[in-house]
Write a protein that binds this ligand. Structure first.
Ligand SMILES: *[C@@H]1O[C@H](CO)[C@@H](O)[C@H](O)[C@H]1NC(C)=O
Ligand SMILES: *[C@@H]1O[C@H](CO)[C@@H](O)[C@H](O)[C@H]1NC(C)=O
Ligand SMILES: *[C@@H]1O[C@H](CO)[C@@H](O)[C@H](O)[C@H]1NC(C)=O
Length: 487
């Protein structure tokens, strides 16, 4: 955390709590109302917050999930898995959009798999027995593995070597084969492709950084990051500036510490232990937030996704409950159950599930089981349920959540990311907070139902030419309005 970039880098979460009349854990002297800050990019990487973390990865523009389009310089046409996948790959498209876009799975800096629109992988027909290029396999293995060879003078000119040692070529618009044995980079060469990287779709999350550096370098890079990005000094800074809680995003791999599945790196649990030590020392509370469950609940880089496909669903509930259940584990130093740590204020079951792919009933099924997993170990720690994003109803969880004890609904308020805010000036943004956001928050704040929590917000916006005073007025308006939340 670079303190100088506080307003941009940290998604400030400010909240009030009126019902901490029962002691939270065993420490009673938490100052109420709580004011929290979100420690994004610490234990779950978000590259936009600190892009330099990715600087030393070789071929760092070809990370997992990078979307590319391939244009045959000979035919002047784009490659396309016909029907978006499930059959042959052709070279007859004069423009490129969804079907003509491939998502990379990185094996190492030069070797990749290509995942297509319908989620199959590009490979060679007959499980690698033939040379025709198809997109039929959902379980990629050697025939779905390709080396991308970049031209030294123009990195976006490439030749692609298949598992049979031969290059892909596009000689006919209706047939792409892996049987070219020649050399050369001339445009008439059927094995030469112009590769367009969709730069605005690039992912820089935990999967990309750990797999990008690879098993030899990633452990050191991640340990250095964890040890320097958030330190005891930050807890001193936060507590001496009136903050008294932190929300810490974690990924599912923390439950497998110290040996998580590849490419994830062990050690984030020890970093979390440190946060608890500092929180106790500086009289702060901790909210543990499962930001990145397995299979991605929203496709965003902060969900730990490999390629941006949102795939979390019913079949992932059991594993995700098991991650929540891991708070029964003892920390590595003090041998205290996480669930019983005096500084633990709340466990958030999942950050920002995305509708409609995650249905309300699937989510409620998970939330019920996740809640029960927490309650096996503690009756006092709050359980936070994040609203779904991308729905029109911000009250859809209210009556469901009202059936539980010490439950909180998390809403995230950004004057960003949608066209609503694109052309708003400073005052319009502030008015929006005072009017629309105030009304939204009051809708999710019920007198005897679940508590409400604005778990993420920021003083960043799309307003042009804003002065420092404008930023301060915008932040103050949000503190005033979001301070009406009950948690
Ligand atoms: C990348 O992986 C491929 C396939 O496993 C291997 O042949 C190649 O040597 C590796 N390259 C590097 C640079 O590690
Ligand atoms: C491309 O080739 C396929 C396979 O022959 C054909 O079905 C499709 O209609 C062609 N598309 C265009 C745009 O030519
Ligand atoms: C919590 O308890 C610990 C150990 O008893 C103490 O050092 C710390 O100051 C307490 N913190 C609060 C917020 O009361």
């Amino acid at each position: 955390m670079a303190v100088g970039q506080f307003h941009v880098n940290l998604l400030l979460a400010f909240y009030l709590c009126s019902v901490f009349s029962v002691s939270v854990g065993q420490n009673e002297s938490a100052k109420l109302p709580l004011k929290a800050v979100n420690l994004g990019n610490w234990l779950v990487t978000e590259g936009w917050i600190k892009p330099s973390l990715f600087s030393n990865i070789p071929n760092n523009d070809l990370l997992d999930g990078t979307q590319v389009q391939l244009f045959s310089t000979k035919l002047q046409k784009y490659l396309c898995p016909e029907n978006g996948g499930g059959t042959v790959v052709v070279a007859n498209r004069s423009s490129a959009s969804g079907w003509e876009t491939f998502r990379l799975w990185r094996i190492n800096e030069s070797t990749f798999k290509f995942r297509v629109f319908n989620k199959q992988f590009v490979g060679l027909e007959n499980q690698g027995g033939g040379t025709k290029v198809v997109a039929v396999s959902s379980a990629p293995s050697n025939p779905e593995t390709f080396q991308i060879i970049r031209n030294e003078g123009d990195k976006n000119k490439v030749r692609i070597k298949a598992s049979n040692g031969l290059f892909l070529q596009a000689n006919l618009e209706t047939l792409v084969t892996a049987d070219y044995n020649g050399q050369g980079w001339e445009d008439a060469n059927p094995s030469v492709f112009k590769m367009t990287i969709l730069a605005d779709k690039t992912l820089q999350g935990e999967y990309q950084i750990t797999n990008g550096y690879g098993p030899a370098r990633a452990p050191q890079v991640m340990k250095d990051h964890w040890n320097t990005y958030i330190t005891e000094q930050d807890f001193i800074f936060m507590s001496s500036n009136g903050l008294n809680a932190v929300r810490i995003p974690v990924g599912w791999w923390i439950a497998h510490d110290p040996n998580p599945p590849k490419p994830f790196i062990g050690g984030s649990l020890a970093a979390l232990d440190n946060a608890f030590i500092w929180a106790q020392k500086y009289r702060m509370k901790v909210i543990i937030d499962l930001h990145a469950p397995q299979a991605s609940q929203n496709g965003n880089e902060h969900s730990g996704t490999r390629d941006g496909y949102q795939e979390w669903g019913d079949s992932n509930i059991q594993d995700t409950v098991a991650v929540i259940d891991c708070y029964k584990i003892q920390d590595s130093r003090k041998k205290v159950l996480y669930a019983n740590k005096p500084s633990l204020a709340a466990i958030e079951l999942m950050n920002e599930p995305w509708a409609p792919l995650i249905s309300l009933s699937t989510l409620e099924n998970y939330y019920k089981q996740g809640y029960d997993a927490v309650r096996k170990y503690t009756q006092t720690v709050y359980v936070i349920m994040s609203n779904r994003l991308n729905t029109n109803s911000d009250t859809e969880l209210l009556s469901f959540a009202g059936g539980f004890h010490r439950v909180v609904i998390d809403v995230h308020y950004y004057n960003l990311y949608t066209n609503t805010f694109k052309n708003m000036n400073v005052q319009q943004n502030i008015d929006y907070v005072n009017n629309q956001r105030a009304a939204e928050l009051s809708r999710v704040t019920s007198s005897n139902g679940p508590l409400s929590f604005v778990g993420e917000w920021t003083a960043e916006w799309d307003a042009k030419d804003a002065t420092m005073q404008d930023y301060q007025r915008f932040a103050q308006a949000q503190i005033n309005v979001y301070g009406r939340a009950t948690f």
